[in-house]
Design a protein around this ligand. Structure first.
Ligand SMILES: Cc1ncc(COP(=O)(O)O)c(C=O)c1O
Length: 353
């Protein structure tokens, strides 16, 4: 048995001992040549992760910081949000809080956003500067048809930017930044990247950077134009969590060694294990196929008491998550993400009985 409860929450998730050891090393100055080198290396490795030739950077903030930054850098007036759960709704609120005109296509929690509805909306509206979409909605376990959604935006409204929250998708679900025509895509480290929270990684298209350069009042820390300029020589805008940057660098090597496609496949296999278990035990998914996230499953309580399931998991040495927000008690969530394996997931499911 592990010396601590193994985290099967949908983030933060379990961190490998090798990475925890890296984070315990002595702290280095963030302007030391060795660190500047590491920053440049991390950016190159992030390009490989996002599958992009465009700019890939990181910032010392939670992923919610990138919701703010996306709006402040890339939208002067109008943005359209696709929401299907709590995190899409948070992004919508962020746009309103930044004083932008924020329109939305909202579906019930548990449903995916529908590309055809987006097609109609874009065809019948004045152009939006950006469309914001949550790829894997962690509150419901829904994986949106991102490639199709992006294709609709490009077809109907080619000047509109495609902004993507990939927080519980990056490194767990197929994501091809260049091929799918994305303009901004961000994720925290605490989900499929299996590191502690603290940094947010993101990719930015050239046209997104051009747009940002025209927008006034982008703020300071999360100014994309300033960030890209500094990162060209490995200089972060402010003082980052240096041990976490080294751990990220190592984790990106580990992901490359596993192979991105193998990693996506491992996540899909874990979803298949949960699906088979749920079917056998009479638990219903909140989301129908083929929109289930390979990283997080939200299951209806199906007549069971969620608190009891969580307690059973804890007795077996695992941490499970309750439903998010209004789904608390009605659903529970399994975060089969990051460095978890089918074998470890099966051990968790076995202890739920
Ligand atoms: C899909 C999604 N977006 C955004 C966030 C916010 O991330 P953070 O807590 O790092 O700001 C989360 C966190 O769970 C998330 O799951």
């Amino acid at each position: 048995m592990s010396d601590h409860p193994i985290l099967f929450a949908p983030g933060p998730t379990e961190v490998d001992p090798e990475l925890r050891e890296i984070m315990a090393m002595p702290v280095m100055g963030h302007r030391a040549p060795r660190f500047l080198e590491e920053v440049l290396a991390v950016c190159r490795k992030l390009q490989a992760l996002f599958l992009t030739q465009a700019t890939a950077l990181f910032e010392n903030c939670p992923a919610t910081g990138l919701m703010d930054a996306s709006v402040r850098n890339l939208v002067q007036r109008r943005i359209l949000h696709l929401t299907c759960g709590a995190f899409g709704e948070r992004w919508l609120k962020t746009s309103a809080a930044c004083g932008r005109e924020a329109d939305a296509l909202q579906v019930e929690w548990g449903q995916p956003n529908v590309p055809q509805v987006l097609h109609q909306k874009l065809s019948s509206s004045e152009p939006f500067e950006a469309v914001a979409v949550t790829y894997s909605e962690t509150s419901t376990g829904c994986l949106n048809a991102l490639q199709e959604i992006s294709a609709v935006v490009h077809e109907v409204s080619p000047d509109t930017l495609v902004l993507v929250d990939a927080v519980s998708a990056l490194a767990g679900a197929e994501l091809r930044f260049d091929e799918w025509g994305l303009d901004l895509c961000f994720a925290g480290l605490q989900k499929c990247l299996a590191l502690p929270p603290g940094l947010c990684v993101y990719a930015l298209s050239e046209r997104a950077l051009q747009k940002a350069a025209q927008v006034q009042e982008r703020g300071f820390l999360l100014d994309f134009v300033r960030a890209r300029k500094g990162f060209a020589s490995g200089k972060t805008t402010a003082t980052p969590n240096t041990p976490l940057v080294f751990a990220l660098s190592r984790q990106l090597d580990r992901i490359a060694a596993e192979g991105l496609e193998s990693r996506w496949r491992r996540h899909a296999e874990m979803l298949a294990v949960v699906s088979a278990w749920a079917a056998a035990k009479g638990f219903e998914f909140l989301v129908d196929e083929p929109h289930r996230s390979p990283a997080v499953s939200a299951l209806r309580n199906s007549g069971r008491v969620v608190k009891d399931l969580i307690a059973k998991a804890r007795e077996g040495g695992f941490t499970l998550a309750n439903g998010y927000g209004k789904l608390k008690g009605e659903t529970f969530r399994i975060g089969h993400m990051g460095d978890h394996t089918v074998e470890r997931l099966e051990r968790l499911l076995a202890c739920l009985g």
